[in-house]
Design a protein around this ligand. Sequence first.
Ligand code: AMP
Ligand code: MG
Length: 355
Amino acid sequence: MDTIIVKVNDVKKDYNYIEQAGNIIKAGGLVGFPTETVYGLGADALNEEAAAKIYAAKGRPSDNPLIAHISNISMLDSLVTEIPPKAKVLMDKFWPGPMTLIFNKSEVVPKGTTGGLDTVAVRMPDNEIARGLIEAAGTPIAAPSGNLSGKPSPTIAEHMIDDMDGRIDMIIDGGMVGMGLESTIVDMTCEPPMILRPGFITKEMLDEVIGEVEYDKAIFAKPDENLKPKAPGMKYRHYAPSGDFSMYDGDEKKVVSAIVEAATSKLKEGKSVGVITTYQHYDYFKEIEQLGAQVITIGDESRLETIANNLYKVLRDFDKKGTEFIYGETFREDDLGKAIMNRLTKAAGYNIISV
Ligand code: AMP
Ligand code: MG
């Protein structure tokens, strides 16, 4: 299949492309498009055959449900059996935005979209291209992240093209996404509501508007603890670079020397080595950079949103370079740090070394 690739700078000026993409969705096709979190791979959420194409294009396991994206609240009414009062409060506060809510699904949502579940995940994105596309398609758009299953989520169109060129009908290049991490998922079918995936909207922000919210304990458990996450997608190895990625945790000085030591020994074996660091710590790794390590600065430690923004791009950059061994430091787990460490821990296959 030839994938149509278009650049949209301005939704109004480039409306012909949005309309074209909307028609593809209406006809049961697949479109890659930007949202404020990551790039999504969209199809008509109410068309089971179209949703099946998403699974095929991504190589996604069929029990891993999709998120339905809506552009206005009236679209939600048809998808769910009821909207709990706390969900209304959250929607008022955080939609449009990086928050996905789980509801009991209505008859119109096919199980092909929900991975066989009786619940449906819904989000109203805060990105003009995404919302324009949903409006143009006239239907909720089922869209998981636009990467091949297991790979880091796309944060620029180039990543989508790398993974999906030739596999889908169209890709809309809307530049770099604003946030770079997938939405926070909150299950509203239980009491108290439960966070199934941490993201930009933190537990503290949710607690503040609806009282206590709890975490699905499986999110932070290791696979060998055998806890089953409520969001089926959270059980899969995810976000992983091709190289062997380890993270070091502990006292700053000890972490730095452990990384330098591990990296130096791999360089001596003739391996290609990458180090993920921050603006604050870059100087510590200048020496091994001179020995040939690829040292990449992921962001500013004091502004975790910069780290979220660059995370997947850094992992993909190492893939492009074919880096065999990647070393990184852990981050503090307050606020956004929880979401960042959740993704990094999975990317590293739980390979975190305490020093
Ligand atoms: P992605 O954004 O590509 O990571 O995919 C959507 C995520 O939402 C996956 O982790 C799914 O497991 C999760 N999800 C979607 N629908 C549901 C649902 N009905 N119940 C629980 N989790 C869901
Ligand atoms: Mg994904």
